[in-house]
Design a protein around this ligand. Sequence first.
Ligand code: SAM
Length: 250
Amino acid sequence: MKFYNTIEESHLYFGDNLEVMDDLPAYSIDLIVTDPPYNFTKANCTKMYKETSKKLMSKSGLYDYDDETEECRIKSGFSKEDIYRWLNMTPRLMKKMNAYIFCSEAQVPIYAQWAEEYCCKFSILVWEKPLTIISKSRFSQNAEFIVRIYDDGTALNKLDDCDCYNRVLHYPPVVKKDHPTQKPVELMARFIRLSSPEGGVVLDPFLGSGTTAIAAQRLGRKYIGIEKNKRFYKIAEDRLKKEGVQLTLF
Ligand SMILES: C[S@@+](CC[C@H](N)C(=O)[O-])C[C@H]1O[C@@H](n2cnc3c(N)ncnc32)[C@H](O)[C@@H]1O
């Protein structure tokens, strides 16, 4: 028998998501919408390191940039172990498993395997972006993948715009970005509208520049956002302040 806990207010946390999630109350989250790091190969990082300036490197998303020391460190890949480490913390927090997770094509089978091990259902959605680079030797990179992991019986909300139920999503990418991998607010909003109740709590443990929190705020949901990079955390804070939000920060 699950005893649901209530989270009364939205919070932004600066810190490591594993530590923060460990402190959140059990069975308190209605929905996860998140965009964890994709896999990076060390070969790519090294090539990039040689070819670009420090400023560009820090913007690329392939590096962790420390504002205080002004150092760039090559990010290690986000491995299967990393994925399992954060996902394993979610069943304790979720009222029912209900998550939308952006991932690279290579990560899709890892999330599928986790879902199977935890007896969850699994769907793959595709965000189709306008084509930018055409190559004759490989399929174009005009798609990103979102896995939905959910408990059997977790229905989607009934919405008037039937287009919401399509698995292929068409949204233009963000042009003026605050974060190298910033997602459109409307895309996060779509998942929140479909899969959380009014006033429910949305968790994003990889908040970046705060896109999920902004979407949740606009839709009258509460949010818990966690970001470990000080620069991105500050950007999220500033974006939410622009929405007119009085923030509780940790
Ligand atoms: C792909 S980005 C998210 C971008 C976000 N969707 C947006 O629209 O701005 C992933 C973020 O997760 C953060 N991150 C990575 N590992 C983390 C951890 N262990 N705890 C908290 N944040 C983490 C990174 O600093 C990065 O900003």
